[in-house]
Structures are given as C-alpha cells and as structure tokens.
Design a protein around this ligand. Sequence first.
Ligand code: ADP
Ligand code: MG
Ligand code: MG
Length: 211
Amino acid sequence: VPILDTAFFRRWLELAADAVHRESPRLTELDSPIGDADHGSNMDRGFTAAALAVRTDPPGTPGELLVSVGRTLVSSVGGASGPLYGTALRRAGKALGDTHEVTPPELGEALAAAVNAVRELGGAEPGDKTMVDALLPASHAYTGVLTEGGSAQQALAAAADAALAGAEATVPLLARKGRASYLGERSIGHQDPGATSSALLLACLRDASAR
Ligand code: ADP
Ligand code: MG
Ligand code: MG
C-alpha cells in the first residue's frame, strides 16, 4: 500500500519531468497539425523548472509541493496549458490543506479539484477535444475504484488507463476550445496534445505509487 506523503508527490514530479522531457517531441508533433507546435517544449520547460524549484526549496507537505509546481507552471509556461495545468495543480494542492499524509479519498478530491479548475478557467466541456477529455474520466475512474473498495494503487492504475483511453478518444472529435478550434472540421482526425500530456502525468502518478 503506497503512503501518499510528500516523498510520493516528489517521486511523481521527478517521473513527470522525465516523462515530459522524453515525450516532448511527440507532444510537439501532435501540436503541429492542430496547434502551433510548442506543447512539448512548453511542458518540458515547465516541468523542468518545477522539479528544479522543488529540489532547491523542498516543500514540507504534499499540498505545498503541488502549489509550488502549479505556481512554477503558471510563471514558466506560456500558452494555454501553463495557466490551465498551473491552476489545476495549485487548486489540487489547496484541496490537500496542510496534511503530511494524504488519504486515498483526499487524493480523489484533489484530482476532482484539478479537473474543476481546468473546466472553470478554460470553459471546456467533455467532448470539446481538450485535456478535460483525459482528466475527467481519470478522476471518475479513480473515485469509482475506491468506492468499490479498491486501493489507491488500483484506483491510480484505473485513472491512468481512463486518461489514456480518453486521450485516444479525442482523435475523431471536433475541437471547440483553444487553438485547435480555429481549424473547425480540420481538427478532426488528430489526437489532442493536452489530453495526451494529461494521460502522461496520470501514468506517472500511477508509477509513483508502484514503488
Ligand atoms: P497553446 O495552444 O497556447 O500553444 P499548448 O500547446 O501548450 O498551448 O497547449 C495546448 C493544449 O491546451 C490543447 O491541446 C488542449 O488540450 C489544452 N487547451 C487549450 N485550450 C483549452 C481550454 N479552453 N480548456 C481546456 N484545455 C485547453
Ligand atoms: Mg501549442
Ligand atoms: Mg503556443
């Protein structure tokens, strides 16, 4: 059973910074036909800066860590994804309060707070071909597994699977928010870059719990 303490969230951040760096070319490639070909470099710059900030000035609680990551993303990533992910993580951190060990239901509440923050700030509905299409099913899957009596690790595995399925399911959708929406019908047939990075971040959360 994973302990959801500050070390767990630090593991997540290190895995996320590595994964985003490794997948940066692919995220940028996805952002080429339906965006401005910068999603990989945006995410790489943001998570590299966030990991550095946390190594330099280690936060004392999970909440403080997530707020720090959110703040760094807002200040270091231009474009839509910086404010959206930044606000999501800050809101998730605030939802955790000053606890040192997060309970599985509290992690579910933090995930829900993150999704709600993205939806409030960006105004995207499910099916609009955005990161919401990966984040919302992940949040629901997490809560569903816990409700059925599953562990946090099982719930995180289900959340990662749901996020990946959600990202893949953006391919046939028409984009209604962000740059991709400027393309109208021509946005159909491409996977959304932000939904893809959301799936990556949730896979890292699952992997952080498996150690
Ligand atoms: P930009 O489009 O400003 O270059 P990025 O390329 O870093 O920013 O991020 C693009 C991603 O941001 C999209 O693939 C989409 O998932 C997400 N996105 C854009 N606008 C919104 C929005 N209003 N609500 C939710 N997500 C959005
Ligand atoms: Mg872009
Ligand atoms: Mg851009």
